[in-house]
Design a protein around this ligand. Structure first.
Ligand code: NDP
Length: 255
């Protein structure tokens, strides 16, 4: 079987991508896919050692990657990330806002800190990075902003008032910014993953995962690379006329 079996083939040579939360899970798969497609990839997150593993895998596959230690809840660091990448590689074509956390609990018990941490990580960071990137992309007259939302932002999920609000916020943000930047050849889209097998869903435990599998028409969890394939498409020239959209990749769960 060829390495590209079942994958879309996209050429991103000469392009520069920033991926937040590239240290594991979906973000790592996205960084690898963009790197293998030829983009130079800035791998950002807090865990430097894990980011080095992501970067090493991209390099081993013949790509180019650099590690950027960044806490996306730190406004100054999030803005500086885009500026540093633009300075190093002279452009920023693709930004994938993927970093995210959960702090699940039912509303009556949800603390201020649990609310604030999720909103800051999942929503405010998208604003900070997109604002910084928009300035570079407007100068280039080209860009792709791809925000990782969630089915939880579409349909809600008990125990996730903070998370659902952050992910629904990402969708509203995406639609507005797409309207603002459309004439500059900058597209802004969101992807809503369903349940994808990563450390985030490992935390749910096997009983809940089995329950989820029953509810999903595909009868399985998704793979991180299946989200990365959606990102590749939206980053490609095939998606030039697609902006302000929400691509749900969930095995049919919200159908
Ligand atoms: P993981 O928990 O496996 O990974 C989360 C990533 O986000 C890590 O790389 C982590 O890196 C990074 N991150 C978290 N906080 C920060 C921060 N303050 N600054 C920088 N990076 C941070 O999650 P997934 O891969 O499963 O999820 C990735 C995205 O997909 C998230 O936005 C999530 O909400 C979304 N999603 C996931 C689904 C799933 O089923 N897995 C379903 C729907 C949406 P580090 O700790 O090194 O900083």
């Amino acid at each position: 079987m060829s390495e590209n079996e079942g994958k879309i083939c996209v050429d991103l040579s000469g392009q520069v991508a920033v991926v937040t939360g590239a240290s594991q899970g979906i973000g790592k798969a996205i960084a690898l896919a963009l790197g293998k497609a030829g983009a130079k990839v800035a791998c950002a997150a807090r865990s430097v050692e894990k980011l080095q593993e992501t970067a090493a895998e991209i390099t081993a596959a013949g790509g180019t990657a650099e590690v950027f230690a960044c806490d996306v809840t730190d406004a100054q660091a999030a803005t500086a990330l885009v500026d540093e990448v633009a300075e190093k590689w002279e452009r920023v074509d693709i930004v994938v806002n993927n970093a995210g956390i959960t702090r699940d609990t039912l509303l009556p018990r949800m603390s201020d800190d649990e609310w604030d941490a999720v909103i800051q990580t999942n929503l405010r960071s998208v604003f900070l990075l997109s604002r910084a990137a928009s300035q570079v992309m407007m100068r280039q007259r080209y860009g792709r902003i791809i925000n990782i939302s969630s089915v939880s932002g579409l349909m809600g999920n008990p125990g996730q008032a903070n998370y659902s609000a952050s992910k629904a916020g990402v969708i509203g943000f995406t639609r507005t910014v797409a309207r603002e930047l459309g004439k500059r050849k900058i597209t802004v889209n969101a992807i809503c993953p369903g349940f994808i097998a990563t450390e985030m869903t490992d935390a749910l435990g096997p009983a809940l995962v089995d329950e989820v599998k029953k509810r999903v028409p595909a009868k399985r969890l998704g793979e991180a690379d299946e989200i990365a394939q959606g990102v590749l498409f939206l980053a490609s020239r095939s998606a030039d006329y697609i902006t302000g959209q929400v691509l749900t990749i969930d095995g049919g769960m919200t159908a």
